[in-house]
Design a protein around this ligand. Sequence first.
Ligand code: UDP
Ligand code: MG
Length: 319
Amino acid sequence: MDKKVKLYVVVPCYNEEPVLMETSRQMKELFGKMESDGLIGSDSRIVFVDDGSKDKTWDIIDALTKSDKLFAGIKLAHNAGHQNAVFGGLMTVKDECDCAISIDADLQDDINVIPEMVQDFINGYDVVYGVRKKRDTDTFFKRTTAVGFYKLMNFMGVKIVFNHADYRLMSKRALDALSDFPERNMFLRGMVPLVGFKSTSVYYDRNERFAGESKYPLKKMLSFAFDGITSFSISPIRMISAVGAIVCVFAFVMAVYALVEKLLGHTGAGWASLMMSIWFIGGVQLLSVGLIGEYIGKLYKEVKRRPRYIIEAYINEKE
Ligand code: UDP
Ligand code: MG
């Protein structure tokens, strides 16, 4: 590549007052190094996205942009949430850069693999996933819930990259493709693999948040996991149908059993007919709910209006 890479790094910030100065200092240092190594151009940027913070986050970002043109800032009108902040940031910058990296503000993800990501981009990869090697620094609770989450997602048929969160590089064309996903329930780590293109991973150790607190308390984590599953998979609906079918089979077995018991005279009055109808009706109800669910599932896929395909290359040689 003769032209140097124009790299944009997008950093979502929600009440990150205690970490911003240090984060910007470390990133600036890294950018300086990458520029002098000839990896990126001097028109590269670090873009902070203020996700409706209540503290002085925006004032700091504003001051940073005035102190150095390396820094840029986007202020969201209200707290849109992590996923929307990342997406909004990426979509805002996608037409200005060759590739963009999203990374959290708290430096839990090692910024020193950024040069490696850019190198992979130069080598022709459109998506480079940042993957955590181990989770020593996370609490036992966060670690087990996270691993359980990835397993559950895979079980539900959602393809996500194990131990990858939202630290990744995407090329301009991958970002363009991502912009064609008009869904409102953002779950980026599920969407990006759907975009396709050539992808690879870089591995790093996850650090502890060096200041401030996690903005993902248990409640947000659970709702994030639930969103991830219900935005990507209709297998919970399918499960209802499956249970319904099983109960129907069971109803038949129970009917035979009840009849036999009745004929043998082991039963009180009304027991056999009650037994049969409870199981039968239960099975029919579950099956019906599952059937209605199937249609809702189809509807739900339709309203998402996801692109049906994404073209990676178009070869049409004329004479
Ligand atoms: N964040 C955001 N909006 C929110 C919550 C979080 O932009 O509503 C940002 C936050 O500033 C940080 C990133 O998302 O840069 C990840 O949040 P955090 O580090 O608290 O999550 P954890 O690492 O604990 O999962
Ligand atoms: Mg964090």
